[in-house]
Design a protein around this ligand. Structure first.
Ligand SMILES: Nc1nc2c(ncn2[C@@H]2O[C@H](COP(=O)(O)OP(=O)(O)OP(=O)(O)O)[C@@H](O)[C@H]2O)c(=O)[nH]1
Ligand SMILES: [Mg+2]
Length: 466
């Protein structure tokens, strides 16, 4: 154990600021000793682990004097059966930044070090309590803002993804030991049938990896939220639609064309899927009858940019438009670059009379942003389009982390190289190298093989006290 890890650490684990209760966590060899110095009833906490004990709490001054600080609760979790695998204590103080600061300073006076972000979870990983995928899930759960994000993180924390990754690697591990046996006996001829078996088993594994990789797209949407951009002609009702979806008067609505200039963002959740919804300045093309001013022009440029980056463009169609041809032209333009387009006809309350309702119009649904008609149906349609064909179903195993995707892609590529080496009749020691690299990539995800750099990147994402 390095000196750093051997040190006892302390941090505020609840959110900083004033509140009902502040929770301070301590982990390491000196935990019991620190608890004895700072809590009057420490002995009772240590004698009955995992039980909350009421106690007077002390502070320790620089000169080593003990003084009353607060009344609170404390609990002791002996290692190795604790979260970090070390002795851990949690002390509940009254939720005051002053009390917390004095408590932390007292612990530091006693030789305890302030923890870095994520250091408790990092210790849990280093002590084998959880694997890397689970450690990342802890951070994801803390950051989860919607039901689906929490669901994916919880599954990952429970170890489902780790389990599947181990299972996928299993045939590769077996195969590697078989091939290595051949390396030890270089005179033996490689049997064609045997090689065929190796090939088949590896292809099966590669297919499983490919399937898992396919879940990344919907997984990413769950984690980061999909960006949904509302575009359309000026006055189509885009800002009215944003307001209807948000459920409050978020954007300015007027009957003046060109009201919205800056794009406006709102974060919402549709059917448990996080959505970053953008209202944009109405699009006008060169043939427009009205000439936008400089500010509006910049807004329009922004609209195009947002639409290009969107996961889904909602094209809000105005059946009452006086420039129906221009509107169809814009729709075609949007269709030419957007990944997914949902064409929504607005102002259904007006019962459009012929105007603009040309037969070429391809509205997928009709709503009224003004009365709120079919807004719920629109939310469902947006959610459905984001997660896409055969995409996310609650219950499917997801990968949602870029690091996982990179490592799986690596593994997939190295398996391809392995198969190539078999095809080319290369010596087994060369094939074994490729296979070992593939396995290495898989194991890196869980943290069987890890580097300091990798750990630094993962745990820096955590908050202090976690
Ligand atoms: N009858 C009816 N009027 C609507 C509906 N939606 C919007 N409007 C009206 O259409 C006008 C323009 O609405 P906005 O929401 O400001 O339109 P916009 O697309 O954001 O316009 P710009 O920001 O100028 O691009 C306002 O007078 C709204 O009241 C609707 O569903 N029915
Ligand atoms: Mg607007």
């Amino acid at each position: 154990m390095s000196g750093e890890v051997a040190q006892t650490i302390v941090a505020l684990s609840s959110a900083p600021g004033r509140g009902g209760v502040s929770l301070v966590r301590i982990s390491g060899l000196q935990t019991a000793e620190t608890l004895r110095a700072l809590a009057k009833n420490a002995e009772r906490m240590i004698a009955s682990p995992r039980e909350l004990v009421f106690s007077q709490i002390f502070e320790v001054t620089n000169s080593g004097d003990k003084q009353p600080l607060d009344y609170g609760m404390g609990v002791f979790f002996p290692g190795p059966g604790s979260f970090t695998g070390e002795d851990v204590a949690e002390v509940h103080l009254h939720g005051s930044p002053y009390l917390v600061r004095r408590f932390l300073e007292s612990a530091v006076t006693l030789g305890v070090r302030l923890a870095r972000p994520g250091e408790f979870t990092e210790r849990a990983f280093l002590n084998g309590r959880i694997d890397l995928v689970q450690a990342e899930a802890v951070a994801d759960l803390v950051h989860a803002e919607t039901e689906s994000q929490a669901f994916v993180a919880r599954r990952q924390l429970e170890g489902q993804l780790s389990g599947v990754l181990l299972e996928i690697g299993e045939p590769l591990r077996d195969l590697l030991s078989e091939i290595e046996a051949y390396i030890d006996f270089p005179d033996e001829e490689l049997d064609g049938l045997l090689v065929e078996g190796w090939r088949r088993r590896t292809i099966e594994t590669r297919e499983r990896i490919a399937k898992l990789l396919l879940t990344f797209e919907s997984g990413r949407v769950l984690r980061e939220g999909a960006s949904v951009v509302i575009v359309g002609l000026p006055n189509a009702g885009k800002s009215s639609l944003l307001n209807a979806l948000v459920g409050e008067e978020r954007a300015i609505v007027t009957s003046i064309a060109g009201t919205t200039r800056d794009s406006i963002e709102e974060v919402l959740s549709f059917a448990g899927i996080p959505v970053r919804l953008w209202d944009t300045a109405g699009l006008v093309d060169d043939s427009s009858m009205r000439t936008p001013d400089e500010v509006e022009l910049i807004g329009i440029q922004q609209s195009w940019k947002r639409a290009r980056q969107a996961d889904l463009v909602v094209f809000l169609y105005d059946p009452l438009s006086e420039v129906p041809d221009e509107q169809l032209l814009l729709l075609e333009q949007v269709r030419s670059f957007a990944r997914r387009v949902l064409v929504v006809g607005n102002k259904a309350d007006m019962q459009p009379v012929a105007v603009g309702a040309s037969p070429t119009m391809q509205q997928q649904m009709q709503i009224s942003a003004k009365t709120g008609a079919s807004i719920e149906a629109l939310k469902a349609a947006i959610a459905e389009m984001i997660v896409g064909e055969g995409g996310f179903r609650q219950g499917d195993l997801q990968i949602s982390n870029l690091r996982h995707r990179e490592a799986l892609t690596q593994a997939e590529e190295r398996i391809g190289d392995f198969l190539l080496s078999l095809d080319n009749g290369l010596p087994p020691e060369i094939s074994a190298l490729e296979l070992r690299a593939a396995l290495g990539s898989l194991e890196e995800i869980i943290g069987v093989t890890e580097t300091e750099d990798l750990l630094g990147r993962i745990f820096s994402r955590f908050c202090i006290g976690k």
